[in-house]
Design a protein around this ligand. Structure first.
Ligand code: NI
Length: 180
């Protein structure tokens, strides 16, 4: 079971860090995305509990964009949530100094060097992001996003069979958006 105090602390921290951001394409607060990713972790824990650290996965789910998308310094994250959480969030953050085409494979490599719970957060993030694509995306962009999701699945499915299977189902269902 997760520690509710850790969840509350991470949710509030993320809510403050992302306070001026919105869920893409909407007026909803950005924390909606974070809560959706956290829910996927809780869903996996409920239906496929196992020998994994749900407390670590949930904190990283709530904090997974706090380094990439906000000015939060790494040192603050580590001082507030400890090294394991902070290193996980760092692995989940793209390195903006690299060419864009290399950022995903670099992040996947770093995710694989962490505990499997970090890969679980990446699976949960992409499951969540395979809802309806934004209206302005054309089918080439949608196909590219689907292909990238397959890469994430293939690289990280080792971490959790339940989430890997759920991601594959979402990837297959995403094909419906290609024909619009
Ligand atoms: Ni995300």
């Amino acid at each position: 079971m997760w520690n509710p105090e850790h969840y509350q602390k991470a949710m509030l921290f993320a809510g403050i860090a992302h306070a001026d951001q919105h869920f893409p394409g909407t007026e909803a607060a950005y924390v909606v995305h974070l809560a959706q990713v956290a829910m996927e972790i809780q869903y996996a824990w409920t239906l496929a509990p196992g020998d994994w650290n749900v407390d670590l996965a949930l904190q990283c789910a709530l904090l997974h964009d706090s380094l990439e998308d906000t000015p939060t310094p790494y040192a603050t994250l580590e001082a507030t949530f400890g090294k394991e959480v902070a290193q996980g969030v760092l692995a989940l953050s793209k390195n903006a100094d690299l060419p864009k085409a290399e950022q995903m494979s670099d992040s996947l490599k770093r995710i694989k060097s962490q505990a499997p719970e970090i890969a679980m957060v990446k699976l949960a993030d992409r499951i969540t992001n395979l809802q309806s694509p934004p209206p302005h995306w054309d089918s080439a962009k949608i196909a590219k996003y689907q292909a990238e999701a397959r890469l994430i699945h293939d690289e990280l499915s080792f971490a959790n069979a339940f989430l890997a299977q759920r991601l594959m189902a979402k990837i297959e269902a995403y094909a419906d958006f290609l024909s619009r």
